[in-house]
Each structure stands twice: as structure tokens, then as C-alpha cells.
Design a binder for this molecule. Sequence first.
Ligand code: NAP
Length: 292
Amino acid sequence: MPAQFIDGKQIAEQCRLETQRQVAALHQRTGITPHLAAILAGDDPASQVYVRNKEKACAKAGLRSTLHRLPANVTQQHLLALIHSLNNNPDVHGILVQLPLPGHLDTVAILDAVTPLKDVDAFHPENVGLMLQGRPRFLPCTPAGVMRLLSVSRIPTAGRHAVVIGRSDIVGKPMAALLLQKGADATVTVCHSRTPDIAALCRTADIVVAAVGIPHFVRGDWLRPAAIVIDVGINRLADKLVGDVDFDAAVGHVAAITPVPGGVGPMTIAMLLENTLNAARLQLKHEDSAVS
Ligand code: NAP
């Protein structure tokens, strides 16, 4: 039986329409338009494309966005000063620092400088801690996008064995945490570069989430016919983008699979829009409680 194709592009569009509706309602009620400030340091071509896509998505959903472009040789001090000014600007609700930053910058110190209330990527340790405790302020965009793909596609996770390949702070670790949390209730195995026989682990999985960054890392014969396969990878080959899963080999015999492009990528942006809307609401609540 051919695999069900999990259409991230279409699901992301549904999410965007809902965000657009809620942005308009917030504006009507309060006069406020959620505003995302993005920081792009240097001229990494992939980062330029990602930031442009985020700006376009904001405009489509009725959010404001401002791009702060900095030269590749920007100093740590200059970048921190910009973040402090955005933190203190009541007109800005979400702050996004596009990664990777140029190598001379201290990425951890820069991400930590973003105030947790505007941390729409959910990278700040306070937000990571809240997520791990199951009381999130913001959910990290890519793992949240995967969870939304699963729920909208009515793919249950409770009691199922999920194998997450990759343990980065941005994708693998939070992905495992969200699958494990109460309500999602998966049993989670996390694999990384020191894990022996990932193929054998995948063959026991109901759900495989690949976030490795190696083209076609997951082979078709690693996957059970009942497997749900979520491919987070975005790898640039000569003339196209491919995922971490050998899509052509997998699609013939798994139960469902996300394509690359058009799977997890659009969902990441959709979740960023939701986080920016929620950041605006949160800051309104804070202002109200400061006044009362
Ligand atoms: P990352 O920080 O490079 O992490 C890669 C992870 O894969 C690491 O945990 C690493 O293990 C593991 N790994 C590397 N080689 C391995 C091997 N041979 N066997 C098993 N595990 C191995 O990458 P990332 O930021 O998590 O991103 C992963 C992929 O997702 C990339 O292709 C990226 O472009 C893509 N991505 C997509 C989206 C989206 O919106 N769709 C968002 C973010 C990232 P160690 O920890 O042991 O080194």
C-alpha cells in the first residue's frame, strides 16, 4: 500500500490562516499588531532564504516584521546592544536571531540575551526548562511543527515507540521531550553519532523522526511497513533539496511520510508565527498586570 503523504505545506497553510484570523482579532480588540524582529548577521545564502521566507510568511499572516541586517564582522558588543534595545522596545513582541552566527560570535551568550518573553524560537534556558516541565511558554518551532503535523494527521503517539535520530538543542532534544511529555505519551529512543546500530532501533519504531543533517541517512529497509516517518533534514545537493530519509526507497512501503521540501519546513515557519502572536498576547498580559 502506498504511504500516506503528510502534506506539511497544506497543514502549514491552515495554521497560517488561523493565525491570520487571530492576529486580526487581536488587532481589532487592542490595536496591536504582533511584531517580529529578525536579526541576520553575515551573508550565509541559506540564512538569507530562511529569513526572507519568514518575512513573507509574517506579511501573509498580517504580522509586522523588521529585519536587522548586520555585517559578517559585527562585534559581540554591537549585537548584544541591538538585542537589549529590542528587548526594551515595547513595540517588538518577538526576537529571532537567525543561526548560524558568524564563527567569532558567542552564540550561547547572544541567545541567552534575548528576553524570555520575546524568545519566539524558545531557545532561552528559561523557556527550555518550562517546556521540559510540561508548562511551556513557547514551544521550539521545528519540534512543535512536527507535533502539529502528527496531531492534524490524526497519528497517535501514546504508547508508541518513537525513535528520534539527532540530539541537537534545536531539534533532537526538544523533539524527544515533546514526544515524551504527558499527553503525547510516546516511549522515546534518542540516537546520535555514538549510537550503535541505528538501523536495528529504527526497525522497532512506530515513529521515526530524522534530524541528522546527512542526505538519505535513513534507508528504506530500516523502516517497518507500519512506520510513520518524519523527515526534518534539509540538505542541499547539487540541484535540489533532500531530507535525511531516502524518500524514494521509503515511500513504497511505510504507512506515512513527510516530503522534503514541503514537510516539516513550512510547519517550522507556521509555529514561529503562532509564537509571535502568543508573545504579543503575553506582553499585553504583563502590561495589564503591571498596571493593576
Ligand atoms: P545538528 O546540530 O548538526 O545535529 C545533528 C545531530 O545528528 C547530532 O545530534 C549528531 O550527533 C547526529 N548525527 C550526526 N551524524 C550522525 C550519524 N552518523 N549517526 C547518528 N547521528 C548522527 O543539526 P540540527 O540543527 O539538529 O539539524 C538536523 C537537520 O535538520 C539538518 O539537515 C537541518 O538543516 C535540518 N533542520 C530542519 C529544520 C526544518 O525546519 N525542517 C529546522 C532545523 C534543522 P552528535 O550529537 O553525536 O554529534
